[in-house]
Design a protein around this ligand. Structure first.
Ligand code: HEC
Length: 161
């Protein structure tokens, strides 16, 4: 009698363990992968709280003055001023920031646009590469899943643009 109960117990434990393992490996397969579901593209996103939190603090300190506390930009960002310079655009996914690869976003933040006749100062002497990556993670946390998925696909196809 004892023996049979033990065998049942072991079978039960083993099935629970294999269910957990299956669930884990399923998750692993999805990270960073694009899933096509009835025409809709989904990308599993990772939200690293420490990174986003750090990036958000740096953004408030250095970038919010121009791009807004929620990265909402200026209302008239499409309208150049008298000198032909554009006001700070939204970075929150409603403008075209998501058209740029991680490389281009980093370069823009590092070098700014003053050298191109724009209004954005360079940050390479004030912020480290890690700081800039953390800020981009915070900016991307403002994007909708759809915008992030569209960015991710472009990133895979043309990582240098
Ligand atoms: C003095 C105002 C100012 C500050 C401060 C500023 N920016 Fe900008 N930023 C701009 C302007 C203006 C543009 C649009 C490009 C242009 O025409 O100069 C821009 C463009 C950008 C772009 C490209 C957006 C796109 O859609 O192509 C990114 C990314 C960006 N800024 C990030 C940042 C980050 C991150 C910080 C803080 C570290 C920052 N900016 C601080 C004014 C500013």
């Amino acid at each position: 009698m004892m023996f049979i109960q033990e065998v049942f117990m072991k079978i039960a434990i083993l099935s629970v363990l294999s269910l957990i393992l299956m669930a884990c490996s399923d998750d692993n397969k999805q990270v960073g992968k694009v899933q096509q579901q009835s025409g809709e593209v989904k990308v599993a996103r990772s939200f690293d709280f420490a990174q986003i939190n750090h990036g958000g603090q740096l953004f408030q300190k250095n970038c919010a003055v121009c791009h807004g506390a929620e990265a909402q930009g200026t209302v008239n960002w499409r309208q150049p001023d008298a000198e032909g310079k554009f006001p700070p655009p939204p970075l929150n996914g409603t403008a075209h920031t998501w058209h740029h690869s991680l490389k281009v976003l980093k370069d823009t933040i590092k070098k700014g646009t003053l050298r191109l006749g724009g209004n954005m100062p360079p940050w390479q002497d004030k912020l480290s590469d890690k700081d800039i990556e953390d800020i981009i993670a915070w900016i991307q946390s403002k994007w909708s899943d759809e915008i992030y998925a569209a960015w991710y696909q472009r990133q895979q196809q043309s990582p240098a643009q």
